[in-house]
Write a protein that binds this ligand. Structure first.
Ligand code: LMR
Length: 398
């Protein structure tokens, strides 16, 4: 059709494109270490027991499938706020949190991006170098200019904090800075408490706008510990944007359940901001679906199920740490060019392995081991059946 004559084929997505290629690969065995999805020791994506209990309840107590409000399920929104800050926190007590349910963490970023574009359209959005690629697409898609800030030091495999901080010192007021609240994707390198404190102070001094992406709460140290960065920014009494995702922590990837929370100065301001966020939602998808929100609410509001969820999340976190240790041991025992101990220091689901695009391509072509082109390996998809294959492939391409 003439209308489409000049439409080019879009390039494959850096992460989802790898998953598509993996699915098409007829070889056996093959291993998918690309996308950030947790699999259990048997290579299955778990359905958490707490989630099963909630689903059973929902099945036995059906409710009419009417539209949710634009801001989502009220009881879910309340749980999100309490999970981020606890019920006793002044921000919760004083009704200063503007929260809307969203389609996963991506939806939260999009709603926040669209809203910010209505108030600071000329601001530049800064993302870490490297970052999750979709950050760039989402904020460019909302109409912003997107630039990178220095973040990762390939020598130490940690945060290049001095460079990072010096760069932030040069940013003009109202610059929007996307930060990873914990478990930095893709590097697994996070700031220390002292570094977060220093950065949060600077953001206040320079009127920078922090937008914290919280996609992996509970995968580094624990549910409360991983929210530390958010609390540190909140203490500065500045506007803070937080994108929450329950994809990983509840293993609810396909339910697309997340939330956007904005810290405001008082209850009246919160009402105004919430009304604007609702306007954004209405224009993108009108109102969110209810199923994931009902599950998360049911689990978080029930003390027994909540305890069960916390336990299951801790098990996921611990299994990933075990896999890190085993992977390092295997890699270091099979070669002596590189000391892979740094993998043990990285937080979250991933290892930023240092493999380059050619090596990643060779692992795929010669060994059917799929990782992301940046060299990011999903440690959360390793298990006792595939870890040796993965380690052999890495060693053979070094
Ligand atoms: C990832 O980084 O692999 C996940 O966040 C999934 C995605 O949407 O890219």
């Amino acid at each position: 059709m003439k209308l489409f004559n000049e439409v080019p084929l879009a390039p494959d997505d850096a992460i989802l494109g790898v998953v598509e290629a993996y699915k098409k690969d007829p070889r056996d065995p093959k291993v998918n270490l690309s996308i950030g999805i947790y699999s259990d020791a048997n290579g299955q994506v778990p359905i958490l027991n707490a989630v099963k209990a909630a689903e059973k309840y929902l099945y036995e107590h059906p409710t009419p499938k009417v539209y949710l409000p634009m801001s989502g399920l009220g009881s879910y929104v309340d749980c999100v706020q309490k999970l981020l800050f606890t019920e006793d926190h002044a921000l919760y007590q004083e009704k200063r949190l503007a929260t809307v349910q969203s389609l996963g963490g991506t939806g939260a970023l999009k709603v926040g991006a669209d809203f910010l574009h209505t108030i600071v359209p000329n601001s530049t959005v800064y993302v870490s170098d490297p970052t999750w690629n979709n950050h760039i697409a989402i904020f460019e898609g909302a109409g912003f200019k997107v630039a990178r800030y220095p973040y990762f030091d390939p020598e130490t495999k940690g945060v290049a904090f001095d460079k990072f901080y010096q760069f932030m010192e040069t940013l003009p007021a109202n610059s929007i800075v996307i930060l990873h609240a914990c478990c930095h994707n893709p590097t697994g390198a996070d700031l220390t408490t002292e570094q977060w404190q220093k950065v949060a102070k600077l953001f206040k001094e320079r009127d920078l706008i922090p937008f914290l992406d919280m996609a992996y709460q509970g995968f580094s140290k624990g549910i409360r510990e991983d929210a530390e960065s958010i609390h540190i920014f909140a203490e500065q009494n500045i506007p803070v944007f937080i994108a929450t995702s329950f994809s990983k922590s509840f293993s609810l990837y396909s339910e697309r359940i997340g939330a956007l929370t904005v810290i405001t100065s008082d209850a009246k301001e919160q009402e105004r901001i919430t009304s604007q966020l609702k306007t954004m939602v209405r224009a993108i998808y009108s109102s969110p679906p209810s199923y994931g929100a009902q599950i998360v609410h049911y689990v978080l509001a029930d003390p027994t199920l909540r305890a069960s969820w916390e336990q299951e999340l801790a098990e996921m976190r611990d299994r990933i740490k075990d896999m890190r240790a085993k992977f390092v041991k295997l890699l270091n025992s099979k070669q002596d060019k590189i000391d892979f101990e740094f993998i043990n220091q990285q937080a979250g689901m991933f290892s930023y392995s240092g493999l380059n695009a050619d090596q990643v391509e060779k692992m795929k072509k010669d060994y059917a081991i799929y990782t992301v082109g940046s060299g990011r390996i999903c440690i959360a998809a390793l298990n006792d059946q595939n870890i040796e294959l993965a380690a052999d492939a890495v060693v053979n391409v070094l």
